[in-house]
Ligand binder design. Structure first.
Ligand SMILES: [Zn+2]
Length: 315
């Protein structure tokens, strides 16, 4: 077959038309994900500062369901910070993490322990009290697994001191605080539940230490007529063993006999809380030091026989 000039021209025109059509389709009918125009609204919103991730509402309501243990605290409709995705963590690790989270929430719920996320400093809570806008969904708070790991170490009978109380879990850095009561008429810790404020970085040590204050003040000493004063009969022994008979010096170099660390010499309450924490997390060290330290041995035996039902840790 012979190709004439006319045929050639025809082919060129067809080719040119095809290319034009192809470009047109590319510009106007690409899947949304590939269209550069799609980025525009996000960019504009980012600069205006009004970008609300579409899943924010779903996340909040999901958290509400999970935190059915906190009926009196309504979680506010919080916009996620800019640039932070609202997607749940992807992959198997993420799924496992959220399962562990759900397990922990259920675990607390069964024990009547409330979990609340917060975004305000302790001093602010102390003087201005708690309001709805101070609360956050607690399940995206960093290091929450440390709180779970710490509480899982504590035997159930002792956790009864915490029943009906709240762990306020903070996004902010700090050292934690025990909320022994709430005095709205005096504007002190107004509208707060009894319990503990735990601050970043959340650790097992901090969790167990703050819980120990609740056990000590409410469980043993029964301050502010706490209903969970189940260990009232231990008050005398507690006062005798944990009294600190000298002034606190945080820079103390030589540790006096009877103490695992300097902070526990601050006062009777810190003495109790620190040694309670050492009993659980540093069992072998505590036992070893107690071998030739009469006061430390007394402390160890007090925990072992009177509170932990002869449970030794780290054996
Ligand atoms: Zn303390």
């Amino acid at each position: 077959m012979k190709i004439t000039r006319r045929d050639l021209a025809f082919i060129v025109v067809i080719l040119a038309l095809s290319i034009t059509l192809y470009i047109h389709v590319q510009e106007h009918h690409l899947p949304p994900g590939k269209n550069i125009r799609k980025d525009l609204p996000e960019k504009v919103d980012k600069y205006v500062g009004l970008y609300v991730p579409p899943k924010a509402a779903a996340t909040v309501s999901q958290t509400r369901e999970e935190s059915a243990t906190v009926p009196e605290i309504k979680l506010p409709n919080i916009e996620a910070p800019l640039g932070q995705t609202q997607e749940p963590p992807a992959g198997i690790a993420g799924a496992e993490e959220s399962q562990q989270m759900r397990d922990f929430i259920m675990w607390c719920k069964k024990r009547g322990i409330k979990l609340v996320g917060i975004k305000k400093e302790v001093n602010d809570f102390y003087y201005n009290g708690a309001a709805e806008e101070d609360f956050l969904p607690f399940d995206d708070i960093p290091n929450l697994h440390e709180v779970a790991a710490g509480l899982y170490e504590i035997p159930d009978p002792l956790l009864e001191a915490m029943e009906g109380k709240t762990f306020y879990l903070s996004h902010l850095r700090g050292r934690g605080y025990t909320v022994l009561g709430s005095w709205s008429d005096k504007n002190i810790l107004a509208n707060m539940d009894r319990g503990c404020i735990l601050e970043q970085p959340l650790t097992k040590r901090q969790t167990i230490h703050e819980f120990a204050h609740i056990l000590d003040y409410h469980g043993i000493q029964g301050v502010y007529e706490d209903p969970n004063n189940y260990w009232w009969y231990l008050k005398g022994v507690r006062d005798e063993i944990f009294a600190v008979g000298f002034a606190y010096d945080p820079r103390l170099r030589a540790l006096p006999a009877g103490y695992m660390d300097v902070y526990s010499t601050a006062n009777a309450a810190e003495n109790f809380a620190q040694h309670f924490m050492y009993y659980i997390l540093y069992g072998p060290e505590f036992r070893k030091k107690a071998q030739d330290d009469v006061l430390l041995q007394k402390k160890y035996d007090f925990f072992k026989k009177d509170l932990f039902n002869y449970l030794d840790y780290g054996l």
